[in-house]
Design a protein around this ligand. Sequence first.
Ligand SMILES: O=C(O)c1ccccc1NCC(=O)[C@H](O)[C@H](O)COP(=O)(O)O
Length: 220
Amino acid sequence: MNHLVKICGLSTPETLDAALQAGADLVGFVRFAKSPRHVDLALGQKLSAQAKGRAQRVVLLVDADDVAIADAVEALAPDLLQLHGHETPERVAAIRARFGRPVMKVFGIAEAADLAVLDAYSDIADHFLLDAKPPPIAEALPGGNGLPFDWRLLTGLDPRLSFMLSGGLNPGNVAEAIRLTRARAVDVSSGVEIKPGVKDPVKIEAFVKAARAAFAVPVL
Ligand SMILES: O=C(O)c1ccccc1NCC(=O)[C@H](O)[C@H](O)COP(=O)(O)O
């Protein structure tokens, strides 16, 4: 995974266009009914068609069953499935085999011990996304909470490990996050919004620019 910027939770043609114009490499569509960013199948299909050939299209699912995944794959024809729930290595392998799409498994990080589980997925998931663990309150979403985790937890990771960084990133902090973690790919949702579920084209452009500038700084 090399120098990629993903804008997640896009749900209107206008903000999707802003992400594409800004040069996002990946665009994410959330399929999780409780989310303010959830897209139904008809809207998801329309947005995905708009992004086709311009960015990698990612469908985000949370502990989805095969029927829900099949519906999303048929309607949105994603390039990548982002699994944002508690999917076991066996479940990730089964989804990958059944749906024939690369899979990005998400890991919630709050402490060093949370990184230990990555090993179990290393031969199974195509990509890792390291996100903040959701806050321990009943109404918290599994992701998209705009909360960063302590990026210093990643400094001990094997430098060959490729991962996408997310959780509370925004145009103002993404450069520091890249510098500290040496992430080669970043993902944002809340940090480019005016309020939950409402993306801001100006913030989207600023985020992509800030990430690209930070990626251009040589790693020492
Ligand atoms: O965005 C949502 O509403 C959402 C719902 C359920 C699972 C995941 C969700 N979002 C994930 C993301 O948008 C990102 O991959 C990641 O969590 C970063 O989000 P943020 O901290 O808001 O930038």
